[in-house]
Design a binder for this molecule. Structure first.
Ligand SMILES: [Zn+2]
Length: 256
């Protein structure tokens, strides 16, 4: 049984700031904008005790100084981050204790070099920022494609019932692209239909489960023969390896 309540605070046009609550205490993950967070705290009558940061991009960190000033909360974030320093500087293998729960820190470089993720086995919850999206993954801005694939592989190896809380509502665009890459994937078609229904009612499609992502997310399916054949047929596969498949799908998405 999980103990924490996890809910999205929509920010900007398509960001989710995750509000994690236990009793009257709360933590937020990747607050890019202060106003929606302050409003949510006041509506729920909870105190902000901690902020978790996954990586340095402004839409994940823009509210940090204001929230720190107004609440005195503790900041946790990646060591060596351009957005630091934080009260606690984290790297692979570190643990974070918040709201009576332990989160393991996973280094997941690729989108940025400082990117980390927070995983609680007990809560079956993963905060993965801009590394893994529902049906997609972040752009590789600072790292390399093999580095990003290794980071995604690390996340794919978490327990299949882990809920992945990513930071953007990019799902429909991701799944429609995924269908171009793997048109014969029935699970993917069903996922798209279910997510279209949710978005029609303005319901978040996040979180998804790690176990289901493996079945339809083309950025976790570098071992799929169907995807490899599509890439070969379209002359997109420059290097016939798993890293090559991942890089080709990422490049295709960048220009789609
Ligand atoms: Zn980012």
């Amino acid at each position: 049984m999980t103990m924490l309540t996890i809910s999205p605070i929509p920010a900007f046009s398509d960001n989710y700031i995750w509000l994690v609550q236990s009793g009257k205490s709360a933590v937020v993950v990747d607050p890019g904008e202060p106003e929606p967070v302050l409003r949510a705290l006041s509506e729920r009558q909870v105190d902000l005790t901690d902020i978790l940061i996954t990586h340095h991009h402004h839409d994940h960190t823009g509210a940090v100084s204001r929230l720190k000033d107004e609440t005195g909360c503790i900041l946790w974030g990646p060591s060596g981050s351009p957005a630091g320093p934080f009260d606690y500087m984290l790297a692979e293998g570190d643990t974070v204790e918040v709201l009576g729960t332990t989160f393991d820190v996973l280094a997941v470089p690729g989108h940025t070099l400082d990117h980390i993720a927070y995983f609680s086995e007990f809560e079956k919850a993963l905060f993965c920022g801009d590394t893994l999206f529902v049906g997609g993954c972040g752009r590789v801005f600072e790292g390399t494609a093999p580095q990003m694939r290794a980071s995604l592989k690390k996340l794919a190896q978490l327990p299949s019932d882990t809920r992945a809380f990513c930071a953007h509502e990019y799902t429909l665009a991701n799944l429609r692209f995924a269908l171009q890459v793997e048109p014969g994937n029935q699970m993917l078609r069903e996922k798209l239909r279910a997510c279209e229904d949710k978005r029609r009612d303005n319901i978040p499609t996040v979180p998804s489960l790690i176990g289901e992502e493996i079945g339809y997310n083309p950025f976790l399916r570098w071992d799929s023969d169907a995807i490899r054949h599509t890439l070969l047929k379209q002359e997109r596969l420059l290097e016939d390896t798993e890293d090559g498949v991942f890089a080709a799908v990422r490049e295709w998405k960048n220009t789609a």
